[in-house]
Design a protein around this ligand. Structure first.
Ligand SMILES: Cc1cc2nc3c(=O)[nH]c(=O)nc-3n(C[C@H](O)[C@H](O)[C@H](O)COP(=O)(O)OP(=O)(O)OC[C@H]3O[C@@H](n4cnc5c(N)ncnc54)[C@H](O)[C@@H]3O)c2cc1C
Length: 525
């Protein structure tokens, strides 16, 4: 081979490597990049209603609408729905005027917080949507350790308010983006495995009903309405504010360990459910070789010797990296392996640990404040790939059925070729709300699943969801309602035997059925 040919081959190889390098770089960027705005995928045929009657458009609302007509969507991006408009009231007076306006003009009202639900629970075709985003005030009674907070505040707002005052939230979701009103209305739960659901920390609520009257309700005063509004999906009235218990913010020792899922129930009962463990959750493997078998346990326990000031809250430094691994997992087997490896070995290096001076010599020490552990927007879960969306589902089972439940779920997921991006295990306790997902002390499995944004993707998700609900029911379990409306009515009735009584109460407190959403229209209307 002469020199000229060798040179050409060398140039060819360099060019190929360059193209490969650029293509890889672009892919990495695409997988790691965050969304540029709210994701708004194609309309779901289930919700595509007729356009608004023109006669309704000419009626002038009592406050300027933040959006006139147009559409709205939620965290699934799959539920684009045409609406009358969005109003963002600044105070209760404006809210009351909007309620009267809707009544007088035959409009339906829906209430939206941060729209992190995924099945149209926060809106309804052609309804006027109340966005609570301007109602965010709060005040703290340090002596009684009670926070009074308006419904539109997010947990992010609440933590930012409580942190400098030395307090923390007792129960919130695992992300801090939902509003207090939205969390009350689904009775959310998170990683405080000893506290259970939000209801256990709510002392009272103030609620505006469909006639504009305002009621303060609690377990002592108006207990029926209180138990209906908690986990009531915005069907009874507008939650104005809530009085919730708070706790002292303290430093915890963070730990991570790997176990086999068979070991989890015993480990939980004998160790993690006891002192000094304060926060806990698990992640089951999503890699093909150890799918739903290997399990990472994340725990936070008291760090009693800690004497120094609690550090300021820090934003997560791992958003782009986590998003990259999540998107990589959507490519299947090898991508799933890399994502699970990263979760075990790479992500721990980026934990927001604080090493106190007194602990500095202990290399393994990772101290995190309670607020810091809860302060996570999980921006990584929001991605920008146009062909995919990510769907959450959650199933609850009695604690002694955990192993057969996981075995059943694994079988269903494999049969349906589901691309599972995350599988978290949490703990919930029996509550005292009307529409309760926890019949007893239960473990829950939160699945984060990739869905293709196509009619076929929709059909596959519906079939998968119904099969997972049946597998859960075989173990005496239930499922969570803020997500897609893929379940059948009989499945809802089986999981929530009190659901008809719940809908009857809705009609008692809201006789004109002013408040509505796609969930009520599908199952209760
Ligand atoms: C990425 C992600 C992670 C999640 N993690 C968790 C978790 O860890 N634990 C958990 O329990 N859930 C979790 N969820 C579900 C979430 O808690 C619910 O969807 C919750 O409702 C979100 O609050 P929101 O402010 O977005 O409410 P929205 O979605 O806006 O509304 C939800 C319901 O609340 C009603 N509502 C909202 N505000 C009011 C009000 N002021 N008065 C009356 N009704 C109102 C709405 O009408 C609607 O029916 C998660 C969801 C996502 C997308």
């Amino acid at each position: 081979m002469n020199r000229r040919i060798r040179r050409r081959i060398a140039i060819g190889i360099v060019l190929l490597l360059l193209v490969f390098g650029i293509a890889t770089g672009l892919k990495v960027y695409e997988y790691a990049a965050g969304p540029t705005g709210e994701k708004d995928c194609a309309a779901n045929p289930r919700f595509a209603g007729p356009p608004i009657a023109p006669s309704l458009r000419i009626v002038e609302p009592p406050i300027r609408l933040a959006q006139r007509g147009g559409t709205i969507n939620d965290a699934s991006c799959l539920n684009r729905t045409s609406i009358y408009g969005i109003a963002k009231p600044a105070n209760e007076d404006e809210l009351r005027k909007l309620v009267a306006f809707a009544q007088a003009n035959g409009l339906k009202l829906s209430i939206a917080g941060a729209r992190h639900s995924m099945g149209g629970q926060a809106f309804f075709t052609n309804a006027l949507v109340i966005n609570t985003g301007n109602l965010k005030q709060m005040s703290l009674n340090e002596t009684s350790q009670v926070l009074t907070v308006q419904a539109g505040a997010t947990w992010h707002d609440v933590l930012a308010y409580l942190h400098p005052r030395g307090f923390s939230v007792k129960v919130m979701q695992a992300i801090d983006l939902p509003t207090v009103g939205g969390s009350v209305s689904v009775n959310g739960h998170g990683v405080d495995h000893r506290a259970g659901s939000l209801a256990s920390t709510v002392r009272s609520l103030r609620v505006m009903l469909s006639d504009g009257s305002v009621h303060q309700v609690s377990r002592e005063q108006g207990p029926e309405l209180f138990a209906s509004v908690m986990g009531g999906y915005g069907l009874f009235g507008i939650v104005l504010d809530a009085q919730i218990d708070v706790v002292r913010d303290v430093m915890y020792q963070y730990e991570q360990q790997t176990i086999d899922y068979h070991q989890f129930p015993q480990l939980f009962t004998q160790k993690l459910s006891q002192d000094p463990y304060r926060l806990m959750y698990g992640h089951l493997s999503t890699a093909p070789g150890s799918f739903l078998k290997e399990m990472l346990i994340y725990s936070y326990r008291d760090a009693p010797g800690y004497q120094e000031p609690i550090p300021a809250l820090k934003d997560s430094s791992q958003v782009a990296l986590t998003r990259f691994f999540l998107n990589l997992a959507k490519t299947g087997g090898a991508g799933q392996d890399v994502k699970w490896f990263a979760e075990k070995r790479i992500m721990p290096l980026f934990r927001p640990c604080y090493v106190a001076r007194s602990q500095a010599l202990k290399a393994e020490s990772c101290l995190v404040s309670r607020n810091q552990a809860l302060y996570g927007s999980l921006g990584a879960l929001k991605t920008n790939l146009p062909a995919d969306t990510e769907i959450l589902q959650e199933y609850f089972v009695p604690q002694d059925r955990f192993v057969p439940f996981i075995d059943g779920v694994r079988q269903v997921l494999e049969q349906h070729h589901a691309v599972v991006l995350n599988a978290s295990v949490r703990v919930v306790h029996r509550g005292d709300v009307q529409l309760d997902y926890a019949k007893a002390d239960m473990f829950s499995l939160v699945l984060f699943i990739d869905q293709k944004v196509t009619p076929e993707g929709d059909r596959q998700m519906t079939a998968l969801t119904q099969a997972l609900i049946d597998a859960t029911a075989q173990q005496g379990g239930t499922f969570y309602l803020p997500y897609q409306l893929d379940y059948r009515s009989d499945q809802l009735q089986r999981a929530y035997p009190g659901v008809n009584a719940f809908f009857a109460l809705k009609r008692k407190y809201d006789p004109s059925q002013l408040f509505t959403n796609e969930f009520y229209a599908a199952y209760g209307g």
